[in-house]
Ligand binder design. Structure first.
Ligand SMILES: *Cc1c(COP(=O)(O)O)cnc(C)c1O
Length: 295
């Protein structure tokens, strides 16, 4: 196993609304795992990085958009565990704080057209197909190995929860949570909050990653705020208020939408009184750097 193992704590947060509705809410603080190999990205990279070590690979090759938490996590993991990293970035060449941080950790950035970016396996084959020391890591860490890394979240829990909420991009984290619940024989319902619009396709994507059969899956499809990385003044003000009242920083792209959805469900009596809820803080706080001008 890799050099650092970290069991993130579960911390209760208290809002008058939660009290009034008789609901307890805990946050699993995966944001505390590492400042840059953050949250679920660390979980998803753990097995690929272990595999790379075992197979004596020297390069991790991966993919992401210009504000990708996954690119930054891969760059930082590469620096930590002794790999060179290459990030294929979608779209024309740009500069931003997240990409600068990727470079600080030694990642080589290769900008590719949106057209070329669509076929990532081909990009890998064309550039590293003959390089036996290079390991392909899927965009966003979407993989069975990634889901396996995320099922550990459930194994670490110190109390039982009626519902577990998480934000969804590729759905890898959610698939892992579902597998974890099966493995631990728990009754918790897993609820995903997709951050992109029209995320019904996630049902299939998550099925492909699930080792466990016949999982029921609840996705709350109406909390995307217009789509991936889209935000509204209402969401921004929610993020501010949450951060100021709890001391737990969230951001608008993922965790803001997650906690907003949870708050809204509690407010509109979608959750039974007496329930104990866990929300997974998946980290990714550098994402806020891209929207700070909205605050
Ligand atoms: C990448 C990311 C997600 C999405 O996770 P998936 O496993 O792709 O669904 C959620 N939250 C944060 C903070 C992320 O950076």
């Amino acid at each position: 196993m890799l050099a650092f193992e970290f069991h993130s704590p579960e911390q209760e947060i208290i809002f008058p609304l939660y009290k009034q509705k008789g609901i307890r809410v805990f946050v699993k603080r995966d944001d505390l795992i590492h400042p840059y190999i953050s949250g679920n990205k660390w979980r998803k990279l753990k097995y690929p990085v272990n595999q790379a070590k075992k197979q004596n690979k020297q390069r991790l090759i991966t993919f992401g958009g210009a504000w990708s938490n996954h690119l930054l996590a891969t760059a930082a993991a590469g620096a930590t565990f002794g790999f060179k990293t290459v990030g294929f970035v979608r779209g024309e060449q740009v500069e931003n704080t997240v990409l600068k941080l990727c470079q600080l950790f030694g990642m080589e950035l290769r900008f590719v057209s949106r057209e070329a970016y669509k076929n990532k396996l081909l990009l890998f084959e064309e550039n590293y197909g003959l390089d036996s020391l290079a390991l392909y890591i899927a965009e966003g860490g979407y993989s069975r190995q990634g889901a396996l890394g995320c099922s550990a979240i459930i194994h670490e829990l110190t109390r039982s929860y009626d519902r577990i909420y998480c934000a969804c991009g590729t759905g890898t984290t959610l698939a892992g949570l579902q597998n974890g619940v099966k493995e631990c024989k728990l009754e918790s319902t897993i609820i995903g909050v997709p951050v992109l619009k029209g995320a019904n396709f996630l049902h299939d994507e998550i099925k492909k990653l699930n080792v466990a059969e016949n999982n029921e899956l609840t996705l709350l499809l109406d909390y995307h705020f217009g789509g991936y990385a889209k935000t509204t003044p209402e969401l921004i003000s929610f993020v501010k208020n949450f951060t100021q009242k709890t001391g737990i920083m969230i951001e608008p792209t993922y965790t803001g939408k997650l906690f907003y959805a949870l708050h809204d469900q509690i407010e509109s009596d979608k959750i039974a009184p007496g329930s104990t809820i866990l929300a997974l803080h998946t980290g990714g706080l550098t994402g806020i750097l891209g929207v700070l001008d909205k605050f």
